[in-house]
Write a protein that binds this ligand. Structure first.
Ligand code: SF4
Ligand code: SF4
Length: 189
């Protein structure tokens, strides 16, 4: 890819918005690559963390929002702890993820499955107040269209009593559901 490093590209609106929302100065990153060197999920990513930051530095909005890294980052924080400049990469990735969601950017296929898993996980917590493996598996399989995922192992889990067929709700689930609703309201503002 031929990169545009003109003044215009280096001072894009997109970069300014990411800096404002994340509270980070992209100019601090000098592309040493230490963040990527410690990333445990690097083999699964299409863009290394430092390359992702480079996309933002150059104002390449589409490339920075439409990639697997934004969705497959495990949020372990290793990159943050390794950065000699104190750049909080995780905050930047969080902002990019939120922007991609708000702008309805279609994620690549692998990342799309991760997004489906996130949603199924949160739906489950919102419904029961805790994780129910059966509900999570059912929701994920339905929403992803991969109906038979993990089904081969399911009988073994049930026989060994590893998962319960009947999920239990926590007490005062309405309080948690109000919190979810409030977050949705804040996000839509
Ligand atoms: S470790 Fe810090 S300075 Fe180095 S590439 Fe990553 S973000 Fe940039
Ligand atoms: S927080 Fe994400 S990008 Fe950073 S090291 Fe962990 S998995 Fe990699």
């Amino acid at each position: 890819m031929k990169w545009d490093i003109t003044e215009h590209a280096l001072h894009s609106e997109f970069r300014a918005e990411v800096e404002k929302l994340s509270g980070q100065n992209l100019g601090d990153c000098y592309q040493c690559g230490k963040c990527s060197g410690g990333c445990p999920v690097l083999p699964e990513l299409d863009l290394s963390p430092n390359r992702l930051l480079r996309m933002v530095q150059l104002g390449l909005e589409d490339e920075a929002l439409r990639n697997e890294t934004v969705w497959c980052c495990a949020a372990c924080g290793t990159c943050d702890s390794r950065c000699p400049m104190g750049v909080e990469i995780l905050r930047i990735i969080d902002v990019l993820r939120e922007m991609a969601k708000n702008r309805n950017v279609t994620p690549p296929a692998t990342a799309g499955r991760v997004l489906t898993f996130y949603r199924s996980f949160l739906d489950c917590v919102q419904e029961f107040g805790r994780l129910s493996e059966v509900a999570l598996m059912g929701s994920y399989n339905m929403n992803s269209g991969r109906l038979w995922t993990n089904m081969v192992k399911a009988p073994w889990f049930f026989l060994k009593g590893k998962v319960s067929l009947s999920p239990h709700k926590i007490r005062q689930i309405d309080r948690l559901q109000r919190a979810f609703k409030r977050v949705e309201e804040i996000e839509s503002q």
